[in-house]
Design a protein around this ligand. Sequence first.
Ligand code: ZN
Ligand code: ZN
Length: 389
Amino acid sequence: MGYWPILLYLSMLPCFLVVLLCGERDIFQGTFVQKLHNFISGGACDYFQKVVGFCCGERGEQACAKAEDVCCDRPNPILQLFYLLLLGGCYFAILYSSLHYIPGHYVSGLHRYMGPLSGVFGLCLFLAASFADPGVINASTITRHHNTYPYDNVLYIEKICTTCKIPRPARSKHCSICNRCVARFDHHCGWMNNCIGENNLRFFLAFLGWHVLLCCYGVCVLAAILAGEIKEHRLIQTIRWYIGHPATYHEISGHVLQWLLVYYSTQVLLIIFLGILSLLLAGFFSYHLYLIFVNTTTNETYKWDRRQHWQQMQAQAERERNSVDTPSDPVPQRSRMLVKCQEIFCCKSGPNLPIVVDVNIYNKGIVRNLAEVMFPIAERTTLSSSASD
Ligand SMILES: [Zn+2]
Ligand SMILES: [Zn+2]
């Protein structure tokens, strides 16, 4: 009787996560999923603002705009609380529906303790990634961060952060949400309510990797519980007897699935939910592992993409300039973008443009790249200087 809220929660959550995390992907272009993603991530706020403006006037609309600014453009714990709700909800659903099956035919009693312990460890990693210093650059830390990475003069040149008024070290970025400069800036993570940078990237990676394992562990234990129940109820023999003739694998699996959906629907939904979640997290984890292996960051990937786009535009403009038949660039917007890109990358354009080979100078091989994340260079220099003192 009390299972229906859990079933509803488990049915809705995977759909919501897929829409929220993957709605912008190419695979969902022009589909209902993309429209729903746009609605959740922005459209809903606009509609709500208009409705409030219609009902309460300009002051109501301004209050909505302020609330949106606080929720989306400033540090806030909304997604952190959502993560805790997700973790707590999953554990409650598993404990409420499946704890009494442990120990079972294929599940040792040890899992009564291993499950909660692994959840608590996941929570510790979440707290470490959320509250650890990501590598904030201020007066006391600027010297050691300046010595960490050289300027490559492609993505990074020596310049002053216009907000913090400090010289910005290579690979750092000013986070507009947290309003601070962060060393080896990767991205601002809403789930952690923190920037992911040089010092806490290892905790973020460990958090992702551990949660992939945690989801797989949950799927395995639940599947083992169901396998044990099938065995204890002698379900396969009963189905064979019921069918009355040598049953095929397809016939048996269909009846087993029906039986599981009737009597163990919560466990089946939990397996599906954790399976989808593990795939999403594994994709995200693999992406970040790849970035670490080639020693780049999410921010730098974006910068390289923009640089490539700029080079393509520049080549196109060059072709049009050289063409006798083609009139001069009819799109002034392109010129404006070129100027903007030149400012970003500090590059010059012209007919005798030197061929620049884009090389990621920070890539030193997988082992050293990984060591840089696990033992950040800035921390190493701090430790060695404190040891020499
Ligand atoms: Zn700054
Ligand atoms: Zn930030």
